[in-house]
Design a protein around this ligand. Structure first.
Ligand SMILES: C[S@@+](CC[C@H](N)C(=O)[O-])C[C@H]1O[C@@H](n2cnc3c(N)ncnc32)[C@H](O)[C@@H]1O
Length: 246
């Protein structure tokens, strides 16, 4: 196996084990997936496709979604690269990316491809880390991927192979909330941009760290998250973004 594939499969294995062992994580993710499902437009025709499905958990909440990833695994429906989707023009109603957008070194090349495969009123839905004053130290110190808050973002419309590993956890916050490039993505309408507090998630340790609170505290922490979500720049940790072609 090549090195990126070995790394990916090691991470997938670790995530699968955490998913089985941590019911708390499954509860927290159920709420995340519900937010995504609430953003779907049921009137649209065409398939729903998830890019970068990883362990494929979205299917538990959205069985009709076609699960895909760059790397093969038995539970996936299609192996494909988000920059080169094997779907016909205008054939998909929704594209969903959960923690994948920040792995796209050339987001403009990706949205161009997304635009090609989506129907006229189709939706591109992104669920991502959100960088706030309180989540920055957590993502910066305890997660292995860079936040890359000041790094240059590549806006080329074409992103040739070979494509290396890339991660920049701050990209969704910078592009859809800070609007560092206000006219981007051109040809799209931003229909939803919501950042919310998620201490219940941060303190759960996610897939790779120890849980810092007993599972019975989850409802209390979720109440706290809802209250603190009024101040996303201070307390936000996750975000949900919806885009539609113009
Ligand atoms: C952080 S994982 C998220 C996995 C899953 N969505 C989840 O939430 O558990 C990022 C995933 O995106 C995939 N990925 C990264 N770049 C991709 C690309 N260009 N096209 C398709 N998938 C990609 C990776 O293989 C990996 O499975």
């Amino acid at each position: 196996m090549s090195t990126p594939l070995v790394q990916h499969q090691t991470e997938i294995q670790r995530n699968l084990e955490a998913w089985q062992k941590k019911p708390l994580l499954r509860q927290i993710y159920a709420e995340f997936y519900n937010r995504i499902v609430a953003l779907l437009d049921s009137r649209l025709t065409g398939r729903i496709v998830e890019i970068g499905s990883g362990v494929g958990n979205l299917k538990l909440h959205l069985p009709s979604a076609v699960s895909t990833d760059l790397f093969p695994n038995p539970w996936l429906d299609v192996v494909c690269d988000g920059y080169e989707l094997p779907f016909a023009d205008g054939s998909l109603s929704h594209l969903i990316l959960f923690d994948v957008f920040h792995h796209l070194r050339a987001p403009n090349a990706f949205v161009r491809e997304a635009r090609r495969v989506l129907t006229h009123e189709g939706r591109l839905i992104l669920f991502e880390p959100y960088i706030s004053w309180s989540s920055l130290p957590v993502y910066g110190l305890f997660h292995h991927e860079p936040v890359a808050w000041r790094a240059t973002i590549e806006f080329a419309e074409v992103f040739p192979r070979p494509r290396d590993y890339y991660a920049a956890q701050g990209n969704a916050t910078r592009l859809f909330f800070r609007r560092e490039r206000p006219d981007w993505p051109s040809g799209w309408s931003l229909i939803h941009a919501e950042a919310f507090a998620s201490f219940s998630y941060l303190f759960s340790g996610g897939f790779s760290k120890r849980t810092l609170y007993p599972a019975r505290w989850l409802p209390r922490l979720e109440r706290l998250d809802r209250a603190l979500s009024r101040w996303p720049r201070l307390f936000g940790a996750r975000c949900l973004v919806g885009l539609r072609p113009l």
